[in-house]
Design a protein around this ligand. Structure first.
Ligand SMILES: O=C(O)CCC(=O)C(=O)O
Length: 189
């Protein structure tokens, strides 16, 4: 499923631990993934008493903000296992390292605010589908912020580990066209 990379490197001046590759999946695989995601019982992201505008479905585990802990979710289905194995090979991880998968549907005008992923997870990979987004990064520097942004093209994959994952926050401003993403996470030992 992996295609010839447009580039596969730490983007110039980007945070350490950020890796990006274009055309990680083919247009056909992208269509199939979107068709699968569209059939999922997606629900608005629950943040305690608040609801986000993006629609999500977790597999493997999900973080429950009400009880503030990780809870088990439905097992990762075969169609996501296949792509999870591709992601593991891309980052030379052992098979089965990815134990959490999150499918997200961002309607037009929806984004995600500044955050770091929960500490229970280790490496984080994001597959972008259907439309591009601006993946923004920031970390404290003196009284201000050090900033970086990456244009994540449809079918591309990014990886966050090390500083990009633990020191920098990331966010996505409101998307102009409907975007789907599949987030793959390994677990902290
Ligand atoms: O859609 C994406 O690529 C980012 C998702 C994300 O940051 C998250 O769900 O925590």
């Amino acid at each position: 499923m992996t295609q010839l990379a447009l580039f596969d490197e730490r983007p110039a001046a980007g945070p350490d631990g950020l890796r990006y590759v274009g055309d990680f999946v083919s247009t056909e695989a992208e269509r199939e993934l979107i068709a699968h995601i569209a059939k999922l019982p997606l629900k608005p992201f629950q943040f305690g008493a608040f609801e986000g505008h993006r629609q999500v479905k977790s597999f493997g585990f999900r973080y429950d903000y009400t009880v503030q802990r990780l809870t088990e979710s439905d097992p990762i289905p075969d169609w996501l296992q296949t792509i999870a194995r591709e992601v593991e090979r891309f980052d030379e991880l052992s098979e089965g390292s990815i134990r959490q998968v999150l499918c997200t549907d961002y309607d037009v005008g929806v984004g995600i605010g500044w955050h770091r992923d929960k500490p229970h997870f280790d490496k984080v990979f994001g597959l972008s589908l259907a439309s591009p987004c601006r993946l923004r990064f920031r970390r404290r520097k003196g009284d201000g912020w050090e900033r970086f942004a990456l244009n994540a093209a449809p079918r591309s994959l990014y990886r966050m580990e090390g500083e990009a994952r633990h020191e920098w926050e990331h966010s996505i401003p409101a998307v102009e066209r409907r975007r789907y993403s599949v987030t793959f996470r390994t677990m902290k030992r």
